[in-house]
Write a protein that binds this ligand. Sequence first.
Ligand SMILES: [Zn+2]
Length: 264
Amino acid sequence: NFHNKENIQTSSSISNNTQFILPSPKKSKLTEFTKYDFDEFDGLEPLEDELNIDQMKETCPFCDEILPDLMSDKMKLALDRINNKQGKIEESDRIDFCHTHFAELLIVPSGIANKYPLNINFDELPHRIHRFKDDLTEIINSNAYSYYLNLAKQVYQEVGHRKAATPMMLMSRFESLRPGYYGSKGAVLIANTLIDLFINTRILTAVKSYPLQSINYIQEVLVPETAMRLIFEDIGSNSSLETARNIMIASSDFSDYVHNCDNE
Ligand SMILES: [Zn+2]
């Protein structure tokens, strides 16, 4: 998509873009803010007149910087709230909002260029995950290799079982266990589906999850194994789980802005 490439070039040449550093001249604000829809984006024709484009772009109500063409649901909601003055607008709202629009200007277009999905059918996730049941049961029964089980076992060996399971240690590992572009919204859905599938049915017992506690086994082993398989399905058959894992790692920041629980 030509338009996306333009966005990337713009974002990678920030250091040359004085607009980013110097306060930009006041732009006339639109009274009615344009609603951006990611679905519609592909259908938009690039406008001919550059100057015209600049004047039509939506600007940040706080810093007046031009906002990204593609905004996450999180940002659209925040912008709606700010524009409609719903609730008290705090200083932290301003910092959050400005931080987010600068980040999205970089992260979202590069995510789109990498073909990470903007729209995910989260409703069909449980059904898709059920299809991995046999595969994941093999991991639980130690009949199949699991990258993430190996990783967890290494940590448990290095720091000791008790320390490895402390919240602080779990937090520090959580970053690398994020389910890629499925985001925190996907993480919650995946975990709940797996608890139904394996803990409630007693397929995953304390003995089988040892040295991990069952719930940590879900979080640290089965959630990332599942996310990796979902991404593997998404990218098509002539790929590998390893490629899927790399996409999972690379797309996690993108999902923080697009498929975040807070978007609900
Ligand atoms: Zn701003």
